[in-house]
Design a protein around this ligand. Structure first.
Ligand SMILES: CC(C)(COP(=O)(O)OP(=O)(O)OC[C@H]1O[C@@H](n2cnc3c(N)ncnc32)[C@H](O)[C@@H]1OP(=O)(O)O)[C@@H](O)C(=O)NCCC(=O)NCCS
Length: 405
């Protein structure tokens, strides 16, 4: 029987639950109503069916992402899986190809995902866009080299009552950043505020400045018996942390440091430009490790580049290599950018820099600089053009996405 590729119906989402239970080995729950099944709407999915049987699943969340200060529509690709009996027959390639065309039609000019194995997606022109910085530090080592532990008042608050306050802080925190997602309430409850039997209740603490204005927050869990230490066996796991002033950042860490029975504070989703390494007296005691974050893909070059913020005024012609999954993308584009907006159009002019869609994704989010990409053999152009591209695509902050989807 021919395989059909189409969105799942509402009464087929239980199959998506069972399929994802199996292919992810229970990581997101087992059974027809596991987390992936609960978080889907039929119209977001694109699945493969052998008769009535779902054999591949795929879905695209309609997210909004920050792109150097602008809000842009992002296709958040999730629940990619094929039953083992049907693997290596090109089903995910087929679905991905159709999904990119659908995203283009819906105005989602960039796509992103968390990859189980990067090899699957790099061939589809996804580039690494963010990393998750992991810290693990003993509270006795939380100290500032200049002895400034901040002057904010940090107060624990009820999770439900505190949500409105921390949502506002988060919105301001991400406003001029890149790759952070706009969080609907359900995203808060499925990520930062998701209860965990293993880690204990979710705690929220808000920092107020001297005028009583909320200026930062930390979401965390606290459990004892986690650290092999006679007196300080408790562990704090930071889930989410946002700050609007350096003083708030310092105050939040000082608040964590006041947990005398805590022998370890971990945070596994700090951004690469987090300032702890600069502020702390002994940065090596953070035991920093960087892990892969999200992978990003440019689905439609012109609207993607127009949908992003720029901090410089310049003009450049870029040449994008042909791509079999999104054939509309290949060719030359003229970009005219300024802090007030960008105009991007197809052009007959000779490109000043030539690159693949994957390299464009690295540039788009500011994860890589044009100069480094040229140095590594991923971008071609004159010295002057490479310098211009480096300036045009620079982002104000390191791209970051702490939310899993
Ligand atoms: C990954 C997975 C979804 C692929 O499904 P599939 O229907 O077999 O996919 P396809 O046959 O279309 O293969 C997709 C491409 O990825 C490649 N690929 C698949 N698995 C791969 C792997 N483990 N490592 C490297 N490449 C891989 C294939 O060679 C193919 O490349 P091509 O399109 O250039 O020919 C499937 O193996 C699976 O369900 N794995 C377990 C769950 C998982 O990892 N999901 C991804 C979550 S982000």
């Amino acid at each position: 029987m021919a395989i059909e590729i189409r969105p799942a119906r509402g009464d087929e989402l239980d199959q998506l639950g069972l399929l994802t239970s199996y292919v992810y080995g229970g990581a997101f729950g087992d059974g027809p109503d596991n987390l992936p099944a609960q978080s889907q709407r039929p119209e977001w999915t694109l699945c493969a069916f052998d008769g009535a049987k779902m054999v591949s699943s795929f879905s695209t969340f309609p997210f909004t992402m920050r792109a150097n200060g602008k809000a842009t529509a992002l296709g958040g690709v999730s629940v990619v899986g094929t039953l083992p009996e049907y693997r290596r027959r090109g089903l995910v390639r087929k679905i991905t190809t159709q999904a990119f065309a659908d995203m283009r039609e819906k105005g989602q000019s960039v796509a992103a995902l968390w990859a189980s194995q990067a090899a699957i997606y790099q061939r589809y022109q996804y580039a690494l866009a963010t990393q998750l910085r992991h810290y693990s530090i003993d509270t006795v080592d939380i100290a500032f080299h200049d002895d400034d532990g901040g002057s904010g008042r940090v107060i624990r608050t009820d999770v439900t009552a505190g949500l409105d306050v921390i949502r506002e802080i988060y919105k301001t925190f991400i406003a001029d950043k890149t790759c952070y997602l706009h969080r609907a309430r359900v995203m808060w409850s499925n990520n930062a505020l998701q209860p965990s039997e293993q880690d204990g209740p979710v705690e929220v603490a808000v920092c107020y400045d001297t005028t009583d204005t909320p200026c930062g927050y930390v979401v965390y869990t606290l459990r004892s018996g986690r650290v092999d230490h006679e007196a300080r066996s408790q562990e704090i796991k930071v889930r989410d942390l946002a700050w609007l002033t350096p003083d708030a950042y310092r105050s939040l860490w000082s608040f964590l440091a006041r947990h005398d029975l805590v022998g370890r504070v971990t945070w596994d989703s700090a951004p690469l430009d987090d300032p702890a390494m600069e502020y702390f007296r002994e940065p090596r005691m953070l035991h920093t490790r960087d892990n892969e974050g999200i992978w990003l893909r440019v689905v439609d070059v012109a609207p993607a580049l127009e949908g992003r913020g720029y901090d410089t005024s310049a003009k450049i012609v870029i040449g994008i290599a042909d791509d079999s999954l999104t054939p509309w993308n290949g060719g030359s584009y003229e970009l005219e950018v300024s802090p007030s907006g960008a105009r991007v159009s197809k052009s007959d002019a000779t490109p000043e820099v030539a690159l693949s869609l994957k390299t464009l994704a690295s540039l788009y989010c500011g994860f890589r600089r044009a100069r480094d990409l040229a140095h590594w053999g991923y971008l071609e152009g004159s010295e002057g053009a490479i310098a211009k591209a480096s300036q045009i695509f620079a982002t104000r902050h390191a791209p970051h996405c702490p939310d899993h989807f």
